[in-house]
Design a protein around this ligand. Structure first.
Ligand SMILES: Cc1cc2nc3c(=O)[nH]c(=O)nc-3n(C[C@H](O)[C@H](O)[C@H](O)COP(=O)(O)O)c2cc1C
Length: 164
């Protein structure tokens, strides 16, 4: 018998992850839909594919799984406020926050992010209470800097071990 969802959620606290924002322009509008994720994964190099998982009960679920394109911004260590904003349920839509727009695909991207990835939706798989969204990378850029990480319900920075 599988363990309960609550038990599994507790275990999730043991996993550390990099923090990203995935976002799209709502179809037919200029409104931006986006949410904070830690499920971003580099899925394939040839062809270049990314994936992330989105919970079914989020408000962004429907626009994110049906959109034709989306942007993923890997946040920099100084961008915890942006992560908090996009993780807040029932936050105000139409935020005044500035966005960059993709150079190859019209997708919203977070300015000054550590990396910006412009994707066209390739496949969507339903799995349990999440959907797995796969995107084909049409353009991407990265800059020097430190990533924003999340562990034990806290945001933090990467600290290399002092190897002897
Ligand atoms: C660090 C962090 C990582 C998260 N990762 C994910 C994720 O990978 N997938 C997901 O669906 N929600 C994730 N969430 C939760 C969403 O950000 C949160 O449910 C948000 O309120 C969704 O917004 P919405 O309901 O407006 O769509 C994460 C939250 C945090 C703080």
């Amino acid at each position: 018998m599988p363990i309960s969802g609550d038990q599994y959620r507790q275990l999730g606290r043991a996993s550390a992850g990099a923090v990203s924002v995935v976002a799209t322009y709502e179809s037919g509008h200029d409104a931006i839909v986006g949410l904070t994720i830690s499920s971003y994964v580099t899925l394939s190099y040839e062809p270049p594919l990314v994936m992330y998982a989105i919970q079914r009960h989020t408000a962004s679920y429907s626009p994110m799984v049906t959109c034709r394109s989306f942007g993923i911004s890997l946040l920099a260590a100084g961008q915890a406020d942006i992560a908090r904003h996009f993780a807040r349920p029932r936050r105000e839509r139409g935020t005044q926050m500035p966005f960059d727009t993709g150079t190859h695909v019209r997708v919203p991207l977070i300015p000054e992010a550590l990396a910006q990835v412009e994707c066209v939706t390739n496949e969507v798989f339903m799995s349990g209470d999440h959907a797995i969204v796969v995107g084909l990378v049409e353009a991407a850029r990265a800059r020097e800097g430190e990533p924003l990480l999340y562990f034990g319900r806290q945001y933090g920075k990467f600290a290399p071990l002092q190897e002897r």
